[in-house]
Design a protein. Structure first.
Length: 85
């Protein structure tokens, strides 16, 4: 095992160290797992790729929150069903 990510990338992915480190335009963005508003459905979704509650990768302008409750309270307080969708 390598002691750091850099050493692991240098050893096993020497041909594309930047992608391994996540510093390349080719690197895949996986999101933050924080929450943001999905305006089409009037609910909050997670900044991740996959099945619900993931809503895809948030745009750079999206305000992110640490929980769905916080997102609903701050951005959609008038939508009672926000927490349950």
């Amino acid at each position: 095992l390598s002691t750091t990510l850099e050493k692991c990338c240098e050893r096993h992915f020497f041909w594309n160290i930047n992608a391994c480190l996540g510093t390349s335009p080719d690197a895949v963005d996986v999101g933050t797992d924080k929450w943001y508003v999905e305006w089409k459905t009037s609910t909050c979704v997670q900044d991740c790729v996959g099945e619900s509650p993931c809503g895809g990768i948030a745009e750079s302008w999206e305000q992110l929150y640490s929980s769905k409750d916080q997102c609903c309270d701050k951005r959609l307080p008038w939508v009672n069903k926000c927490r349950y969708l």
